[in-house]
Design a protein. Structure first.
Length: 504
């Protein structure tokens, strides 16, 4: 009995006082799963991410991680709060996250961590809950970036200019300096290291100018071949921002200096090659800078006790569906890459396929730090997935998505919501802005895809009679998800439009 008591004491002691792992959370901006080796896309053979691939091969790769709104600010807010947009109030790019809702650094600090936020923040208010911060203003610049940091003057007046540098190198320099010289080594660290790259318009460091120069980048199967979607063919209803001339242009070809007199398919091919090379050169710069961080952790002897997490704030369309940018609920845009390295608990080379979303990140990081999920967070810790344990029976079967910024920014993406299950995806383009106004409204439309047989979402099954009962079941799941989240922007105009088109 006495022995048991001592053992119990030792167990508790070991949980609370053993070395907590350091946690290095690396996030890039718009680094999509197609642009990795490890995710096995058409681009994988280009080998643009050897260091991230190695990290995944020695750790765990997650295959079904989704954001709940594929744009920067809302995804970042969900990661920091562990809450859905409907709860934290960050529905679009204009919103700003109040400092008292920056829950993740608040909780990590409470757990005894020294915390740092370096790079792209994009939540507007001061990241004041971090012990140290050095962040880009808004999107920041690719070259000669300016940073905001704590100082004598009030936020955001204390600034630092990194002249002669590319942002990916500068952000890594700042992180390495903090790790090497500034942090309190008596505490474990929690560092959020956020690259600006490869956000558009992509600008790489000069040393990558010739990278992939002589390579022909493989095209997606649906660059020149876009079957009609729920909202019609490209010609009949010109939504989205195209790479080819089949969709209206956001100005991409002009910005890239492509001869506007070229006809298709030559024009689209030329835009695509230049667009992708610029993007992949930025990705290569991110991958090389990740290696700098890992090399430092190894050299300083803390690599084995550091959880290294790598993700992107959402996916990105690289010509799939003849679209650029994100925003859409299509897989390339909604899906997030996620790699975690921590050999103490992760079986080398693991792959996971649970349905995870970006509200789960904060609860999981807290679990790695030995903290239970606070009641106000809506996400669920997936520590069990990291450890290779069985999926809990009550794990989510669908994940909800909503994009509010109806037809914004010349990117012309209609507002929509939907659910992504393990096999099927149901999307409802309800066709109006946040106020439900008729101005700028678009026709309502539904889409259903079988992701197991149609991973490129080419074949909309919504009108096929064989899927009627599945659609009925999924519409109920969609209703339940919206009810559970208490969608706060619902007004009578939007509800009337949704009701009118629900059984369409
Ligand atoms: Ca982003």
């Amino acid at each position: 009995m006495k022995y048991c008591f001592l053992f119990f004491c030792f167990t508790v002691f070991s949980i609370h006082a053993a070395d907590k792992p350091n946690i290095l959370f690396i996030m890039s901006d718009d680094h999509t799963t197609q642009a990795f080796g490890i995710y096995g896309s058409r681009l994988a053979a280009l080998n643009m991410t050897p260091n991230l691939d190695l990290l995944a091969n020695q750790g765990i790769r997650f295959d079904r991680v989704y954001c709940n709104n594929a744009i920067c600010t809302p995804s970042r807010a969900s990661i920091i709060t562990g809450q859905y947009s409907q709860t934290n109030g960050i529905l679009d790019l204009r919103a700003s996250l109040p400092t008292d809702k920056q829950y993740l650094p608040i909780e990590m600090k409470r757990a005894g961590y020294e915390t740092a936020m370096i790079g792209k923040w994009h939540l507007k208010n001061e990241p004041q809950n971090f012990d140290y911060y050095c962040v880009l203003p808004g999107q920041g610049k690719y070259f000669n970036p300016e940073f905001r940091l704590r100082g004598e003057r009030p936020w955001p007046e204390n600034t630092m200019l990194m002249t002669g540098t590319h942002s990916s190198d500068a952000i890594t320099d700042i992180s390495l300096e903090w790790l090497r010289e500034k942090r309190d080594t008596s505490k474990a660290f929690f560092m959020m290291h956020h690259f600006k790259a490869p956000h558009d318009m992509f600008e790489n460091a000069p040393r990558y100018d010739s990278y992939l120069e002589d390579v022909i980048i493989p095209e997606p199967v649906n660059l020149h071949n876009q079957p009609a979607k729920g909202f019609g063919s490209a010609a009949s209803r010109p939504y989205g921002a195209g790479v080819t001339k089949a969709h209206p242009s956001w100005g991409l070809g002009k910005k890239l200096g492509i001869d506007q007199s070229l006809s298709e398919p030559a024009y689209g091919k030329a835009v695509y090659q230049k667009y992708l090379k610029r993007y992949l050169r930025c990705v290569k710069g991110v991958d090389d800078n990740v290696k700098r961080l890992i090399d430092f952790l190894k050299e300083s002897g803390v690599y084995e006790n550091t959880v290294v997490i790598y993700t992107g704030d959402q996916g990105f369309l690289l010509g799939e569906h003849d679209f650029m940018d994100k925003r859409w609920m299509y897989e390339e845009s909604m899906r997030m890459p996620l790699i975690i390295h921590y050999p103490k608990i992760i079986k080398r080379g693991s792959v996971n396929n649970w349905l995870i979303n970006n509200t789960d990140f904060a609860p999981t990081i807290l679990a790695l730090a030995g903290i239970q999920t606070p009641g106000y967070m809506q996400g669920i810790s997936f520590l069990d997935a990291i450890e290779g344990n069985d999926r809990p029976a009550n794990w989510r079967k669908v994940t909800y998505y909503r994009y509010w910024m109806h037809m914004a920014h010349k990117l012309r993406v209609p507002a929509h919501f939907g659910i992504r299950g393990e096999r099927y995806k149901l999307i409802f383009f309800y066709g109006t802005d946040k106020d439900g106004s008729s101005e700028n409204s678009t026709p309502a439309a539904w889409e259903l895809y079988d992701m197991s047989t149609d991973p490129h979402e080419m074949n909309n099954l919504y009108d096929k009679p064989a899927y009627a009962s599945l659609i009925g079941k999924m519409k109920q799941e969609l209703k339940d998800a919206r009810l559970e989240l208490g969608e706060q922007d619902m007004n009578e105009h939007i509800l009337a439009i949704i009701d009118k088109n629900w059984d369409k």
